[in-house]
Design a protein. Structure first.
Lengths: 551, 298
């Protein structure tokens, strides 16, 4: 709604239509012919036949009144539209950046970081939008809770006043779109965004990964990605190898070799996304036996088991891994009835390439970390469990469990990730599709037990088909055209809207200042109009009074 | 002068006899001695002596009896025939402009009150009165009589006068009766097309007949205090002129003065009393001025 140029700012530009009201005094003073007043007069023969010069004469008389009345209308309109002249200070305070703050970023950062961002945003008068990707159920109440938890002072005001603005679109408000799909669509749609202001994206690394994976976003100027500093505890905890040198060992027999390569490729995606640099190496269990020293220099191990994988491998890995590293094994967590497992066994051979993922088939042994579980595959070796948490569950079934175990009293704890790949119906999709790198990223970089894996980031089936077109039942190949994104330039809209709606504190002061000036001017003009009008009508009255006195 | 009656107030009163009585009594009880009562044959009434009364009119016998001074009053006998002629042409419907109120008196209303008052006064002293309203379309004539009932009829006729047309020319049926009157009172605004009023007045003037003319004018007409562009319409002929009032004011006033001068000269030449009345001003003033003049003539 707001119009702003280098010199002027108009808060309600639509009201400029009221300038049409200027036609009223123009019409009255210039286009309305004065109608002669009919009067009875007895002695008409006393009147000379003089051509009256009434119209021109009256117009000249009322010229000043016309100017004042026109000015009154003009000043009223200016008062109405909220015109203000931008001074140098005001111009410097024009918005110079667009901030997109995602809700997951908000969740991950500390209060201090948020305060810093809010302060920077306010100082630079940048426009800020809160993005809510991946949270289908995120509602106003959640938002207010989050703000209450995060914001304490200025940053809370900033969050509530500036970030929670809608672009007024009926279907999908810019800052309240839900889900990762919306976020990506949103970014893709920004091709229409042609603002020269830099676009700062405050998001989690996961979001950036998806954004880059799904489609490069051709936005000019470039997106400035900002990630929460606390997102990856591994990195922050001073991992000796650092971001650029994370070594992951994938142990797999030849029967799982293809899966191992797939994993390797997925991890490569993380590298390509620029989120981290992860070196991977695929080795056979026999190789590990020969050279256990490989484990000492690794950050984490992923073990893909099969029938021939000896249980001793697990033990040796756990014993040899350095502290603060992780170990991912495929497991059937919390399954107590062996028959059920057997009944659900899948034949890899039958699945073929369709499920060429990390499917745990067949499961020959049951691994229990519970010391009391006699059937545990680790019965020969008992490790003290420092803590244990199911970070991803499906109903009552844990799908992903992380445990901190201490191989011996001297060594530091390692994270043991147990991935229950068997009992999740979407699992094959997950591994097959683009979620795998994400899951790996999560497994690798998150060592916080309370940092639960979010299903909210899982892509829906329709999107998976779009990304990986495969033959469907009719033999047709899914194409992008079939699922064309109806991209709307929502950011451009939202920015334009917020630009027009949001007055900075300084601008508000300017607005009030100018409103005051116009109001005074209007009062003065009104007084002048009344005085002049009175002066013009005085001769009439004086003549009447004169008549009385004369009589 | 608290008894002065505002024409605007009078205009709201429909009761013409009441107005006439009120005006007449106001005049009679004023600072001047009564004209209509005084010495005579027929005793009328006593009234208390007031300083300034003629001592010759004191009833000394009554003083001897009551030890109080009384003036003996008697009705004067008179057989004067007074003919009232009211100009009822359309121009008489013009009203004055009041500065502070919207209620204004038209010339015809003013004329009604004036005639009613004078008729009342005349009737009180026993004169015969008659009324004639003159216009080209409607003419009202009453017979020449005296008495209270005749006065009432005259008042009714007076109230029924409506303004239409122009002042009639010489051809009129009632001229003979008018000429039989001893006193003719004409109330007009001197709005004429072709000197017809002058000619009529000239036809009235004659020996043993007193002609009194009241000229009615509004203040606006007198001062030509109109403003702006005005379409002046002659109510008698319907003709109009669009002029700028301020532009022609001087010219009109000059012409008007010349015309008034002409009227006065012609009236003087005929020995006719001319009284100019402003309809926005109290009627009492005009009547008082007229009666004072009459007293001087006596």
């Amino acid at each position: 709604m707001l119009f702003s140029s280098q010199f002027l700012t108009i808060v309600w530009p639509y009201f400029l239509l009221a300038l049409l009201a200027l036609a009223i005094p123009v019409w009255i003073h210039w286009f309305t012919r004065q109608k002669p007043e009919p009067l009875h007069f007895a002695q008409l023969n006393l009147l000379p036949d003089t051509k009256p010069f009434a119209r021109k004469h009256i117009q000249l008389q009322e010229k000043r009144l016309f100017i004042i009345r026109s000015l009154m209308v003009l000043v009223s309109v200016l008062l109405l539209v909220g015109l203000m002249v931008n001074n140098d200070d005001n111009r410097a305070r024009q918005a110079n950046a667009i901030n997109l703050l995602s809700i997951d970023y908000l969740e991950l950062i500390s209060v201090n970081d948020l305060e810093r961002i809010a302060e920077r945003a306010q100082q630079s008068s940048s426009l800020s939008f809160l993005l809510v990707p991946g949270y289908p159920q995120f509602n106003d109440e959640d938002f207010s809770q989050l703000i209450t938890a995060k914001g304490q002072g200025k940053e809370r005001i900033w969050l509530t006043e500036y970030c929670n603005e809608s672009d007024g679109d009926d279907s999908l408000p810019a800052n309240q779109w839900h889900g990762i799909v919306n976020f990506i669509e949103y970014l893709q749609s920004q091709q229409a965004y042609q603002d020269d202001l830099p676009l700062n994206l405050y998001v989690s690394r996961q979001l950036k990964y998806y954004a880059l994976q799904l489609n490069p976003v051709p936005i000019e100027p470039e997106l400035n990605w900002h990630f929460p500093t606390t997102e990856s505890a591994v990195i922050n905890d001073g991992l000796t190898s650092g971001l650029n040198d994370i070594a992951i060992l994938i142990i797999a027999n030849e029967s799982r070799h293809s899966h191992a390569l797939q994993l390797q490729a997925a991890i490569q995606q993380i590298n390509l996304a620029g989120l981290a640099k992860v070196n991977t190496e695929v080795i056979l269990p026999s190789q590990l036996k020969a050279d256990v020293s490989k484990l000492t220099s690794t950050t984490g191990v992923i073990l893909l088991t099969d029938n021939e994988t000896p249980t001793t491998v697990i033990e040796s890995v756990i014993d040899s891994l350095p502290g603060n590293s992780f170990f991912v094994i495929e497991d059937a967590i919390a399954v107590t009835e062996k028959e059920k497992i057997a009944a659900r066994e899948l034949n890899l051979g039958q699945q073929g390439g369709q499920f060429a993922g990390m499917l745990l088939e067949p499961v020959l042994f049951r691994k229990r970390l519970n010391q009391n579980d006699k059937a545990s595959a680790f019965s020969n070796k008992q490790w003290p469990i420092l803590s244990q948490q199911d970070v991803w569950t499906q109903g009552n079934t844990p799908l992903l469990r992380v445990s901190q175990i201490q191989p011996n009293n001297e060594s530091e704890a390692i994270r043991l990730w147990q991935l229950n790949s068997r009992f999740h119906p979407q699992w094959s999709d997950l591994l097959e599709q683009r979620q795998l790198p994400h899951l790996l990223y999560f497994l690798i970089f998150s060592n916080q037990l309370n940092n639960t894996f979010s299903e909210k980031y899982l892509l829906p089936q329709s999107w998976l088909k779009r990304l990986n077109p495969v033959d469907d039942s009719n033999g047709n190949i899914g194409t992008d055209a079939k699922h064309k994104v109806t991209a709307r330039p929502m950011l451009a809209k939202a920015i334009a809207r917020q630009k027009t709606q949001q007055l900075s504190q300084h601008q508000k002061q300017q607005y009030n200042h100018w409103q005051e000036i116009f109001a005074w001017l209007l009062c003065l003009l009104f007084i002048a109009e009344r005085l002049l009008s009175e002066l013009q009508s005085r001769p009439h009255r004086q003549s009447r009074e004169g008549d009385h006195e004369a009589s | 002068m608290s008894t002065l009656l505002d024409p605007n107030i009078l205009s709201k009163l429909a009761d013409l006899p009441l107005i006439a009585r009120r005006l007449a009594h106001g005049l009679l009880q004023g600072p001047h001695t009564s004209m209509m009562r005084g010495t005579g044959i027929e005793f009328s009434q006593y009234r208390a002596y007031e300083p300034g009364d003629d001592l010759a009119r004191l009833d000394w016998k009554l003083f001897a009896r009551s030890d109080k001074y009384f003036i003996r009053q008697a009705e004067r006998e008179s057989d004067i025939k007074v003919q009232f002629i009211c100009d009822s042409s359309a121009s008489m419907s013009i009203s004055g402009k009041s500065a502070n109120t919207s209620a204004t008196l038209t010339k015809i209303e003013y004329a009604r009150m004036l005639i009613a008052t004078l008729a009342y006064l005349a009737q009180q002293q026993g004169d015969s009165v008659s009324l004639s309203a003159q216009s080209s379309t409607v003419q009202i004539d009453t017979s020449m009589h005296n008495g209270q009932r005749h006065l009432q009829r005259l008042m009714v006729n007076l109230a029924q006068i409506e303004c239409h047309g122009i002042f009639p020319g010489q051809q009129r049926q009632d001229l003979a009766r008018i000429l039989s009157a001893n006193m003719v009172v004409l109330v007009t605004d001197f709005s004429q097309q072709d000197d017809e009023i002058f000619e009529f007045i000239e036809s009235l003037a004659g020996q043993n007949r007193e002609v009194i003319v009241f000229q009615l004018q509004s203040l606006q007409e007198l001062n030509f205090s109109y403003q702006g562009l005005i379409r002046f319409i002659d109510p008698e002929t319907g003709e109009d002129k669009i002029v700028n009032a301020e532009q022609i004011k001087t010219d009109v006033l000059t012409r008007q003065q010349a015309y008034m001068q002409q009227v006065k000269q012609r009236m003087n030449k005929l020995g006719i009393e001319l009284y100019s009345c402003i309809i926005e001003q109290p009627l009492d003033d005009a009547l008082r001025h007229f009666l004072q003049n009459r007293m001087k003539l006596r």
